[in-house]
Design a protein around this ligand. Structure first.
Ligand SMILES: Nc1nc2c(c(=O)[nH]1)N[C@H]1C(S)=C(S)[C@@H](COP(=O)(O)O)O[C@H]1N2
Ligand SMILES: [Mo]
Length: 268
């Protein structure tokens, strides 16, 4: 873990404590049984495969995903009675206001970049795709957690629909909200690698707790990438870009909070 990460309230969260504990244990035991170790080893082994998107055949995807642990899933009775919204709760752009007023009928999700077939998909089209529902725990670096039920399209389906081009390594999520105020530098964005992009629990969610995703939680579409912290869960996603790098974007660190000192890989 990057020791320079600044947490917004300076407190040690349970997740930091847990990760510190895991690091200590890993250093002492040298065991392969820990999820963190296992992941590092798998990452090294499959990195070469992922460098080349053409090699992402069905067989290699299966090989990769066989070593990818699932985040814990919960039951209905575990749902948090209150799931607090955080960060942006209502994008300020006139474009967002217009789409919201129209019930998002005119909303289109763009999929572009290193893809064979760029896409422009309506919510109806996304909802017609094979959905996945999962009840998971959301952990924010500010030190709170909540369990929610998410329904959406697995990102892997969208990537298969668009078809990756050679060189694809990252999936970047561009959002409708601007937290910075000064031009595009404040636009929220996030990025993940292809391992997380093809993970079965990585969704573009349009539903939360059995209803349409509320505005405060990212309507009409937000990312769920369940093995990472809250700030990776991009809300108000309007555009998905497949790229070989994210260093050319904004601060160059792959996300709004990453550009402000947070880790890019925010593993829980
Ligand atoms: N577009 C966008 N996505 C975002 C944020 C944001 O401000 N804007 N905040 C992040 C943070 S820090 C957290 S903890 C979660 C909060 O999700 P929630 O509002 O559904 O609780 O969204 C993340 N995704
Ligand atoms: Mo967060």
């Amino acid at each position: 873990m990057n020791p320079n990460v600044k947490f917004r309230n300076g407190r040690t969260t349970p997740f930091q404590a847990r990760r510190r504990w895991l690091a200590t244990l890993a250093a002492g035991a040298g065991t392969m049984a820990l999820a963190g170790c296992d992941r590092a080893v798998n990452n090294a082994r499959i990195d070469a495969t992922l460098r080349s998107a053409e090699k992402l055949t069905y067989a290699s995807q299966r090989l990769i995903l066989a070593h990818q642990p699932l985040a814990k899933e919960y039951g209905e009775r575990d749902l948090s009675p209150v799931f607090r919204p955080n960060g942006s709760m209502m994008p300020a752009s006139p474009e967002y206001a217009r789409l919201l007023q129209g019930g998002f009928a005119d909303f289109r999700l763009q999929v572009h970049g290193l893809v064979q077939r760029p896409q422009s998909l309506s919510l109806a089209q996304l909802k017609a795709m094979r959905p996945r529902t999962q009840i998971t725990r959301h952990d924010c670096v500010e030190g709170w957690s909540a369990i929610g039920k998410w329904q959406g399209v697995p990102l892997s389906q969208l990537l298969d629909l668009a078809g990756l081009k050679p060189g694809a390594r990252y999936v970047i999520f561009h959002c409708a909200d601007n937290l910075g105020g000064d031009g595009d530098a404040g636009l929220y964005y996030e990025s993940i690698d292809l391992l997380d992009a093809y993970h079965p629990q990585t969704l573009l969610a349009y539903g939360m707790n059995g209803r349409d995703l509320p505005v405060a939680h990212g309507a009409p579409l937000r990312l769920r990438v369940e093995r990472q912290l809250g700030y990776k869960q991009a809300k108000y996603v309007t555009r998905i870009e497949v790229a070989d790098s994210f260093s050319q974007l904004n601060g160059g660190h792959g996300g709004f909070w990453e550009d402000r000192g947070y880790e890019w890989y925010a593993g829980i």
